[in-house]
Structures are given as C-alpha cells and as structure tokens.
Write a protein that binds this ligand. Structure first.
Ligand SMILES: Cc1cc2nc3c(=O)[nH]c(=O)nc-3n(C[C@H](O)[C@H](O)[C@H](O)COP(=O)(O)OP(=O)(O)OC[C@H]3O[C@@H](n4cnc5c(N)ncnc54)[C@H](O)[C@@H]3O)c2cc1C
Ligand SMILES: NC(=O)c1ccc[n+]([C@@H]2O[C@H](COP(=O)([O-])OP(=O)(O)OC[C@H]3O[C@@H](n4cnc5c(N)ncnc54)[C@H](OP(=O)(O)O)[C@@H]3O)[C@@H](O)[C@H]2O)c1
Length: 267
C-alpha cells in the first residue's frame, strides 16, 4: 500500500477486513492477488466483490470480479493498474500481509444460471474482463450444462494474455472433464505486430465477429438456438458487440424472458 493510514472505522455489518495472501504481476500493470475469504462468504462464478482501501482517512470502494473458484479457500482478483486511477494507485505496492476490505455480499448477474438452454457458452472478454471467466470455467456445473465452452480473450499486446497455463490445464481436471464439455481458448491481440509464429488471432472481438473469423476459429456458428454469450470488459466493446448480436436475432436475458446474452461493463 502507498500510505499506511490508520484504518477508518468501517461498519462491521457492511464489510470485513481481510488479508492479502499473495500478489502476482503478469506485466508491470496487470496483477492478480489473493486474499483470505470472509467467513461464510458466498458467490456464484461470474459475480463481483466490492473491495475497499483506506486512503487519507476515507474508504474507497471499487467492484472487482471474483476470479477464484467458488469453493476456493481464498478469493482471487485480476486487475489492471489504471494510470492515475484513485483506487488502483492505492494498491500499487500491494503485498502479502496488507489489509483489504471485502463487502460481505457478492453482486452481479453475469452468471451461467441466467441461461435456461443452449449448447455453446461463448465468453467474450477484453483485458481484465477475463477474470470472471476464470472462475466460471472452474465450475463443474458449467462443464455439464454446455457442450462447448469457447473463451475469447482480446488484449492490446500478447504479454497481456494472462492465465494461459491455468486455462490450458482445466480440461485435465477430472471433476471438470467429467461434465463432457470441450474448452476452446481463442486469444486475439490488437496492437502487436503480426508475428509468423503467433498462436493467437489479430484484431478486435467486434471485427472478428463481424467478419465471421471468430466463428471460423471456433468451428461453431453463433445461432439463436445454440449460442449463449457472456460479454465482459470494455463498455464500448460490449455495446458494439450487442449491436452485432441484435442484428443476428440474439437478445439479452431479461428477468422474465430467457435470452441469449448477458453482459458486465467495467466502467
Ligand atoms: C461490475 C464491475 C466489475 C469490475 N471488475 C474488475 C476487475 O475484475 N478487474 C479490474 O481491473 N477492474 C474491474 N472493474 C473496474 C474497477 O472497479 C475500477 O473501476 C478500476 O480498477 C479503476 O479504478 P480506479 O479508481 O483506479 O480508477 P478510476 O479513477 O475510477 O478510473 C476509471 C477509468 O479507468 C479505466 N478503467 C477502469 N477499469 C478498467 C479496466 N478493468 N481495464 C481497463 N481500463 C479500465 C476507464 O477508462 C475508466 O474510466 C470492475 C468494474 C465493475 C463495475
Ligand atoms: N491512453 C488511452 O487512451 C487509454 C484508453 C483506454 C484505457 N487506457 C488505460 O490503459 C490500460 C489498459 O487497458 P486495457 O488494454 O486493459 O483495456 P482496453 O483499453 O479496454 O483494451 C483491451 C482490448 O479491448 C479492445 N477494445 C477497446 N475498445 C474496443 C471496442 N470498442 N470494440 C472492441 N474491442 C475494443 C482493445 O483494442 P484496441 O487495442 O484496438 O483498442 C484491446 O485489445 C488501463 O489502465 C486503461 O485505463 C488508456
């Protein structure tokens, strides 16, 4: 933490003070950290927590998707340091042992149980929008519910393609494989120069969707019948993707009406 300010009193009803247990930097700006889990804390994969840090006598709160499995003994988050960002500047030098406030309840509706049917679960993420899918993909119920799990991760530069090792090991976990689904990882980069040896696509999710390249890479067409889609990250990407899906007859899930997609805007 930057400023070791004494903790402001926080209502014990609202949040608990947890302890950072590990911090991993993927790049200079991208990190994952883990904390102790509040007693009795429950969440559904795809939901987010509200975290607090004390700065200048005030508590700043921000939303962060839970990246850990629902049954993990700790909680994990994946985040980017926003240059000049109020909250992320405060956790610039985060280290094991630091305190972090965690609201007692989890939030959010980007969960797989929003879909009543469908064969293919598409998970479209830009940047740190990957986080909730790391949790969702560790949920055995999701591997049972869908036949194909297609994760698309779009970043500016290839070094931001985090969680590769974990993602490529999931299919080998007996508890997940027992569900019978097949996981495909499609990564795409927007700013690195074309590299002959690359194992990722080039271009934005919206561009690849409009051109049909995304479906070609997955070997699955996006149809109203088969595709159920979760979209997370950059709000501009989400609104442009929503427009493309609308044109193809897909609709958002509403409380009373089953649909084909759900979204989570990060700002
Ligand atoms: C439901 C929800 C879940 C979220 N989950 C995550 C998460 O898992 N990981 C995460 O890093 N952030 C997540 N965010 C964003 C997070 O809450 C903060 O807004 C972010 O960390 C910046 O806070 P800040 O105070 O440092 O910056 P601020 O001073 O609040 O600056 C905000 C600006 O930073 C940029 N920005 C914010 N978040 C991101 C981002 N994730 N990637 C790229 N640019 C961004 C935008 O341009 C935005 O206008 C989530 C937001 C919401 C609403
Ligand atoms: N300097 C700036 O102008 C600027 C702008 C945004 C964020 N930032 C900061 O840079 C840091 C890193 O952000 P980030 O790279 O993780 O997040 P990001 O800016 O959301 O970019 C992640 C990926 O999303 C793509 N994307 C952006 N807008 C899109 C759209 N409308 N449709 C489809 N795809 C879109 C980007 O492609 P492209 O490479 O084609 O954009 C990139 O591949 C953050 O700290 C953020 O605050 C800076």
């Amino acid at each position: 933490m930057n400023t070791p300010t004494p903790a402001a009193p926080v209502s014990a009803l609202k949040a608990t003070s947890e302890t950072v247990t590990s911090v991993h930097y993927w790049t200079e700006q991208l990190l994952s950290f883990r904390s102790t889990r509040p007693a009795g804390y429950r969440f559904t994969p795809g939901q987010f927590a509200r975290l607090g840090v004390v700065a200048g006598g005030e508590t700043l709160w921000r939303a962060y998707s839970l990246a850990s499995a629902a049954d993990d003994a700790e909680l994990e988050y994946y985040l980017v340091q926003v240059p000049g960002g109020q909250f992320t500047e405060q956790i610039k030098n985060l280290k094991p042992g630091d305190p972090i406030l965690v609201e007692k309840f989890s939030f959010g509706f980007m969960t797989a149980d929003r879909f009543v049917d469908g064969e293919d679960l598409w998970m479209l993420a830009t940047g740190t929008g990957l986080g909730p899918f790391i949790s969702i993909l560790q949920d055995p119920a999701v591997w049972k519910k869908f036949r194909n799990l297609i994760l698309v991760h779009c970043v500016r530069n290839a070094d931001e393609l985090a969680y590769r090792d974990l993602l490529s090991s999931l299919q080998q976990r007996p508890q997940l494989a027992a569900g019978g689904a097949r996981l495909q990882l499609i990564q795409t980069v927007t700013r690195d120069n074309q590299d002959a040896a690359q194992d990722h696509l080039q271009g934005r999710i919206t561009t690849l969707l409009a051109s049909g390249e995304l479906e070609a890479a997955a070997g699955r067409p996006i149809t109203v019948e088969a595709a159920r889609i979760m979209i997370c990250g950059n709000p501009q990407m989400i609104s442009e993707t929503r427009e493309i899906l609308h044109q193809r007859g897909l609709r958002p899930c509403r409380r009373a009406l089953p649909g084909q997609f759900v979204t989570e805007d990060y700002w």
